[in-house]
Design a binder for this molecule. Structure first.
Ligand code: DX5
Ligand code: ZN
Length: 216
């Protein structure tokens, strides 16, 4: 069964605590928190203070996706705010290996995100240090975009790479995930599906999460 990580980017920010509680009650595995800095991506969303504010709402895993330049400067504050997993973009890090170590030293699980145009070879030398690899299946920056189809093949190639290396890192897919494409993603090797609009804009959130919990 794939894990489901609703992205609060599509939630009602005026009622964030209830919006987080709602998806956990509906069966979500992780809470996906999209951090944007207005530089790596055009919009600005939220920072560690907001993560700290919603931390008491649930014990569920907080999966923090840093879409920021200089991710190394943000690790400590997000870890202290209550992040469980911190992922950052390899395109934004000069020393990704060092950032991974910093995340682990701060007590969190560590992962790297790859933009659609970034090859898998960018993580090949880092597999031993990774708990998660995020395949971006849209260009980061906005919710509600259309899934880029060749991401499916990229997931399958990453899965083969991890199996070959004996890596237990989770493959997370982020962007344009729906109840219609989730089965193909699970079959390609996805372990965690991020879903913003497919969860928060659904008529029945419990039903949407149940469908997204695909069997691979
Ligand atoms: C995109 C974000 C995603 C986004 C996904 O930059 O990283 O997590 O919220 O939204 P949907 O599922 O609507 O594509
Ligand atoms: Zn995200």
């Amino acid at each position: 069964m794939t894990k489901v990580a609703p992205s609060i980017l599509s939630a009602d920010f005026a009622n964030l605590a209830q919006e987080v509680e709602k998806v956990i009650t509906a069966g979500a595995d992780y809470v996906h928190i999209d951090v944007m800095d207005g530089t790596f991506v055009p919009e600005i969303t939220l920072g560690a203070l907001i993560v700290k504010a919603i931390r008491p709402v649930t014990d569920a895993v907080f999966d923090v996706h840093l879409m920021v330049e200089h991710p190394d400067t943000q690790i400590e504050s997000f870890a202290k705010a209550g992040a469980d997993i911190i992922t950052f973009h390899v395109e934004a890090a000069k020393h990704p290996h060092r950032v991974l170590q910093a995340i682990k030293s701060a007590g969190c699980k560590a992962g790297i995100c790859l933009n659609p145009g970034t090859p898998l070879s960018m993580v090949e030398e880092l597999l031993d240090d990774l708990d998660m690899i995020v395949i971006m299946s849209v260009n980061p920056g906005y919710g509600g975009q259309k899934f880029i189809p060749n991401s499916l093949d990229k997931i399958a190639r990453l899965k083969a790479m991890l199996v070959k290396a004996g890596s237990k890192a989770e493959i997370e897919v982020d962007g344009g995930v729906t109840v219609d494409n989730c089965k193909a993603l699970a079959e390609a090797g996805a372990d965690v599906l991020v879903a913003g609009s497919a969860v928060y804009k659904a008529q029945n959130i419990t039903e949407a999460i149940r469908k997204l919990h695909c069997v691979g």
